[in-house]
Design a protein around this ligand. Structure first.
Ligand code: HEM
Ligand code: HEM
Ligand SMILES: [Fe+2]
Length: 384
């Protein structure tokens, strides 16, 4: 949301439609979030993984997101300069908002409930997020590499196409063994196996654009996060997702720590790194303090990444062991958990490294100080 508020005015060359609306939206979103988290501790939750917040709060989220989408949408609508990047970003945000709704369909049937829940969770991370991510990557690459907008935006079309082709029916990889009809084994297997193509496309295009870009933006840290995001999401989502997406494999790995292995690197690469990249790009412009290319900021990048990759490796070892002992040897679930305990020390060590990296990022963030008010337009040269 923060990135959209930064990118859309810059892309359209137009002020945000309403700043008070944006502030009201931020404050109410934080309130709903905090109430939800406090509520969890008082057993106020739904027991539906990733969609835990209770129904009354769902309605507040819907109103909140409508405020956000309206503010961004009107800004875009009123501008005469609508770039591909800004339209793809907006369509991603709008689709994310619409896809929140299937998660609110009431049913007492466990299978039906899971069926709709994946419309939200899967179609968010493996559908609309690629639009949002592709658009933000395109924006950052245009700013940071100096490659022509037309060239970068052509790639963006390709990525959007690949995402829709594979990601929509790829939802089937969550319908293998939950009580849905068996044709999902085929549909899910075939289409989800194609999903890595979109992630590969993004990684290839980020690397290709950096190579092609003649002039270099001084903020090389933001470029590291941007390219890192494209590469790590390919590894985490594309490669490690593929590792368990065929029904023959998923039969054994479903719901084990193999899933947690994939989930961590995918979320880190595709979500966290993108956001940290956007922050790294925007912060010096917003605050006037250029703390990129300092030792601490490079330390934050490398330490958090090495920490997360190590954690993924620890989950992988634990996951494969779990699959073997529980589902091949046939040991009891809790007996296996005891065997796995040692691997969690690996997780803890790696997580400690990761946390140190993130603390270093937070340190640079705080050091950058408050925004100065106006973004200096001349400080955001578009090399096109
Ligand atoms: C940014 C993209 C992605 C993110 C953030 C992501 C994240 C996740 C998360 C959090 C889960 C756990 C869901 C749960 O069981 O509660 C999951 C499951 C799964 N993901 Fe992904 N994923 C991404 C892309 C992909 C891709 C591209 C593939 C396939 C090529 C894939 C294959 C799978 C499969 C098969 C499961 C089910 C695991 C199971 O049966 O337990 N994912 N993903
Ligand atoms: C200090 C760092 C972290 C530690 C120690 C940690 C640990 C864990 C553990 C133990 C689980 C439960 C695994 C299971 O039993 O299935 C888990 C789940 C999860 N974590 Fe983390 N985590 C950390 C950071 C992160 C970060 C930074 C992200 C996202 C960027 C993340 C995303 C997730 C997700 C999506 C799940 C659910 C996975 C699934 O559905 O299988 N975690 N985490
Ligand atoms: Fe999925």
């Amino acid at each position: 949301m923060g990135a959209a508020h930064f990118i859309i005015p810059d892309e359209t060359g137009q002020e945000l439609y309403s700043t008070p609306l944006a502030v009201a939206q931020l404050v109410s979103l934080v309130l709903v979030g905090v109430v939800a988290i406090i509520g969890f501790h008082f057993q106020w939750w739904e027991g539906r993984k990733f969609l835990e917040i209770p129904r009354p709060l769902d309605y507040l989220v819907v109103v909140n997101v409508l405020m956000f989408v309206a503010n961004i949408g009107i800004t875009l609508w009123r501008s005469s300069r609508r770039t591909t990047t800004s339209i793809v970003l907006f369509m991603g945000l709008l689709s994310a908002a619409l896809l929140y709704l299937p998660g609110m369909i009431d049913t007492t049937n466990q299978t039906m409930d899971s069926y709709w829940r994946w419309w939200v969770v899967h179609l968010w991370v493996e559908g609309v997020w690629e639009l949002i991510m592709g658009a933000i990557l395109a924006y950052l690459l245009i700013k940071l590499t100096g490659v022509d907008r037309e060239m970068i935006e052509k790639w963006l079309y390709l990525i959007v196409g690949l995402t829709f082709l594979s990601g929509i029916l790829g939802t089937g990889h969550h319908y293998y063994y939950i009580g849905t009809p068996s044709y999902w084994l085929w549909i899910g297997g075939i289409f989800s196996a194609l999903e890595p193509l979109a992630f590969f496309g993004m990684a290839a295009y980020a690397v290709a654009m950096v190579r092609r870009g003649g002039r270099r933006h001084p903020n090389s840290l933001a470029l590291s996060w941007t390219v890192g995001c494209a590469i790590m999401s390919f590894v985490g989502a594309g490669v490690l997702g593929f590792a368990h997406t065929l029904p023959q494999i998923n039969l054994y790995t479903h719901g084990t720590l193999v899933t947690a292995m994939h989930a961590h690197l995918a979320f880190w690469g595709a979500y966290a790194m993108l956001v940290l990249g956007m922050i790294s790009y925007a912060l010096p412009l917003l605050t006037g303090r250029k703390l990129y290319n300092t030792g601490v900021s490079a330390f934050a990048f490398w330490t958090s990444n090495i920490g997360m990759v190590s954690m993924t490796a620890a989950f992988a070892v634990a996951g494969v062991t779990q699959v073997y002992l529980e589902r091949r040897v046939g040991m009891d679930f809790l007996a296996v958990q005891e065997e796995l305990a040692v691997h969690f020390w690996g997780v803890v060590l790696a997580a400690a490294l990761f946390t140190i990296g993130i603390l270093a990022f937070v340190y640079t963030f705080v050091k950058s100080g408050w925004p100065v008010g106006e973004v200096n337009a001349s400080a955001t040269p578009e090399y096109a």
